[in-house]
Design a protein. Structure first.
Length: 70
């Protein structure tokens, strides 16, 4: 997955994420952010923290809408 830049894609991706769960979503987001940034960045650190504390899918979706939507 690459960094989500298109707001039209975001709701579709978030709906799929609700079916697959927070852990899958966080793994995909971390992988995409690492790929897009070429290394650790602020987004990756925030995502890893959410994964460590077992954030809910809703929390991750909210984070996506705030931090990834352009």
């Amino acid at each position: 997955m690459t960094l989500i830049r298109n707001e039209a894609i975001l709701p579709i991706f978030m709906a799929a994420a609700r079916n697959k769960g927070a852990e899958w979503l966080l793994d995909e987001l971390i992988d995409g952010q690492l790929h897009a940034s070429g290394g650790v960045c602020e987004n990756v650190e925030a995502l890893q923290e959410m994964k460590e504390r077992n954030a809910t899918t809703e929390e991750v979706v909210e984070w996506m809408s705030t931090n990834l939507a352009r």
